[in-house]
Ligand binder design. Structure first.
Ligand SMILES: [Ca+2]
Ligand SMILES: [Ca+2]
Length: 194
């Protein structure tokens, strides 16, 4: 009788142990895939900087983009009539400006220093400015400096660009803008601020 009681107790214990295992909650992260380097925590994706959404596939909108460098790779080396840009007929003295609105070319967000007597490319400039209208059209203008007043400078050319392209599914730390018809090729180095 005592043995039977012990057996019953043992069975009860075994049952309790087994049922405890059966009652354990399922893994809340089972079947959840977090993209772009995200990881699942308690059934919710913990996304890395720059990504959001249930599975980390939605790009965050940066609060600003720091323009770290500009590389001028190609620009028209002469005027349309073949004349030199420079007032003395020599090599151009090149600086760049950036505007946030394509309709006002004199509303400069940035004016670079001038590289005098440019005979080789690429040219580098280091703006270190924060662009806040990240999805708006900006323009980069290339100038030849002549004389002492701005009116004497020649506009060599310009291109439009958007600092942030939300449709793209990658984060680019370099943005290349090419306009074959204008003979201009530029690269930007960018850092995103969220
Ligand atoms: Ca000139
Ligand atoms: Ca010049």
């Amino acid at each position: 009788m005592r043995n039977a009681y012990l057996m019953l107790l043992l069975s009860a214990l075994l049952f309790a142990t087994c049922s405890k295992e059966d009652d354990s909650p399922p893994d809340p992260c089972e079947g959840i895939v977090c993209e772009n380097g995200g990881s699942c925590v308690n059934g919710v994706c913990d996304c890395p900087e720059g990504w959001e959404g249930a599975d980390c596939t939605t790009k965050s909108t940066p609060s600003s983009i720091t323009l770290e460098w500009i590389e001028v790779i190609e620009y028209p080396t002469t005027k349309d009539n073949g004349e030199s840009w420079d007032i003395d007929g020599g090599a151009p003295d090149i600086y760049v400006t950036i505007t946030g609105k394509a309709d006002n070319i004199f509303d400069f967000l940035y004016t670079s220093e001038t590289h005098d007597n440019v005979s080789t490319t690429p040219l580098y400039y280091y703006p270190q400015i924060d662009l806040v209208d990240v999805e708006h059209l900006h323009s980069l203008y290339i100038w030849d400096e002549d004389g002492s007043s701005f009116e004497e400078h020649d506009l060599i050319g310009f291109i439009n660009f958007k600092p942030h392209e939300s449709m793209s599914n990658v984060w680019l730390d370099e943005l290349e803008i090419v306009s074959p018809s204008k003979g201009i090729r530029i690269r930007f180095g960018m850092k995103y601020v969220f």
